[in-house]
Ligand binder design. Structure first.
Ligand code: PLP
Length: 395
């Protein structure tokens, strides 16, 4: 009668959602200030004022029928050209409007890309810990998601494990750096090695293997750490970008795909992107926000609050006895749980009103994710509670 798989996707809540909803109920009982909700990755820094100003200016200056009207599916040429110039200036690339396809955020960008590339029996590889939605997005195209186990020492790539996952079925490799949930940034050495392995395997199998760079956290990188621009290292790279995190606009659904000229068959891939977008009922990325990001694309993201929160939480957790990688980017910490069963650990944390997400949900058991895009005062108040939680394991 119905598509059972769709019913299950629509009704089975993710662990993150379940924890978040529990938090809302619990906050009603004990008060908002007594619950420490580290579950969601919803930016708590408001969109910058220049976004508000751009919205006003566009509404005042531009033709309302155009502002609220359909645009061509790829996005307004003038917007794409402006974004191309901005990316070229910042990353020394050589894109033009024809390389850009505007999307509804990174989710739209990666789903369209997966659909554009996927053929029967294809496999898409990603590295744990990974964004859990990859699984249903990839599977919706009929392809399979293959997960390379994590390298918890530094959350770079375990190349021996990667080698075992590659096969003639591999269509693409998905990377996400800065990473949700580990907060790690892939180093240039990692990227170079990844590119070398993929080049060799693509030659061996006689077909391209695409590198899909899912990069909604590109701007959120701390202490001057370099986030390599992947098209410089590997020709068959497709970039999926979003303004959800960098400009705190997750509800507005705006981002883009870049298909560089250098990809194996640019015309065909770009055409398939347009086709995939069409069947996924993309129509066009939000018209007002295409214009907004074109006006604001050269302006900086405000990451200072995230950097401070990251330091505060990291130092607090280390002080409480947790083992954790220092945050390099994004707004998540991914410490080791204090017992092997990360679900049991998060359940115990919940009894202290600390809402944490089990690492198993990201393909990396024995860890938990704490999203620190929350109020600094909440983090500060939660630190003694983390200590109590750690103490409870010593009794
Ligand atoms: N990819 C990763 C790694 C994410 O963490 C998220 C959102 O949290 C997305 C994609 C989707 O982001 P967007 O709001 O741009 O669709």
């Amino acid at each position: 009668m119905i598509a059972q798989a769709m019913y299950e996707l629509g009704t089975k809540k993710s662990t993150i959602r379940t924890i978040f909803e529990y938090g809302r109920k619990r906050a009603a009982q004990v008060g908002e200030d007594n619950i420490y909700d580290y579950s969601l990755g919803n930016p708590n820094v408001p969109a910058p004022n220049f976004i508000k100003q751009a919205i006003f200016d566009i509404l005042n200056e531009e033709d309302p029928c155009a502002v609220h009207g359909y645009t061509i599916a790829a996005g307004l040429p003038i917007v794409r050209e402006k974004l191309a110039q901005s990316v070229n200036r910042r990353f020394k690339t050589n894109f033009t409007a024809k390389n850009f396809f505007m999307t509804g955020g990174a989710a739209g960008a990666i789903t369209i890309t997966f659909k554009a590339l996927s053929e029967p029996d294809d496999e898409f590889i990603t590295f744990a810990p990974y964004f859990p939605e990859y699984k249903c997005f990839v599977e919706s195209t009929g392809a399979k998601l293959v997960v390379v186990p994590a390298q918890p020492a530094d959350f770079q790539i375990d190349f021996a494990a990667f080698d075992k996952c590659l096969s003639s079925h591999t269509k693409a490799v998905i990377v996400n750096s800065p990473n949700n949930p580990s907060g790690a940034v892939y180093s240039e050495a990692t990227i170079k090695k990844l590119a070398a392995v993929m080049t060799k395997k693509a030659q061996q199998y006689g077909h391209p293997i695409f590198l899909i760079s899912d990069e909604p956290y590109r701007e959120i990188a701390y202490n001057g750490i370099d986030v390599p621009y992947l098209t410089h290292y590997y020709a068959d790279t497709i970039v999926c970008y979003s303004y959800s995190k960098s400009f705190s606009l997750p509800g507005e659904r705006i981002g883009y795909i870049i298909v560089p000229d250098e990809t194996a068959d640019y015309e065909k891939i770009y055409g398939a992107v347009a086709g995939a977008a069409r069947v996924l009922t993309h129509v066009n990325a939000p018209s007002l926000f295409q214009r907004v990001v074109a006006r604001c694309c050269d302006l900086p993201s405000n990451i200072e609050a995230y950097r401070k929160n990251g330091e505060l939480l990291y130092n607090g957790l280390i002080d409480a006895g947790f083992k954790c990688l220092k945050p390099q980017g994004a707004f998540y910490l991914f410490p080791e749980s204090l017992e092997t069963d990360d679900y049991a650990f998060c359940k115990r944390a919940q009894s202290f009103d600390l809402l944490l997400v089990p690492g198993s949900d990201f393909g990396c058991p024995g860890h938990f994710r704490a999203s620190y895009c929350i109020k600094e005062s909440t983090i500060r108040k939660s630190l003694p509670i983390f200590k109590k939680l750690a103490q409870s394991y010593k009794i």
